[in-house]
Design a protein. Sequence first.
Length: 113
Amino acid sequence: MTTYRVCCFLRRFRPASNEPSEAIGDVFEAYAGADGGSGALGEEALRRFLREVQGEAGDDDVEAAAREVLAFAAEHRLLKKGGGLTVEGFHRWLCSDANAALNPRRGVSSPPA
């Protein structure tokens, strides 16, 4: 369920579906399949996804982002027993506030004067 706060009101919307879309499943399979097809997104595949798709630059940024994703997944019990992120966990992380469209670590850039 998605909740939006506007001033002093709360508006709740039920999701149309809790299932990941076909496009998200395809992206997940493309990166999880590279790790041997275990059905889970391993740490190295997650780093590759963050670097190639999310646009994280630098090894330190990628490592920090991967730790944040895995901490989010562990907190919400979205990790597979053998380790790695499931497709449902990957979907929940992509749609969560933890994966904001505007990255606060990059800061605000002002136009050149």
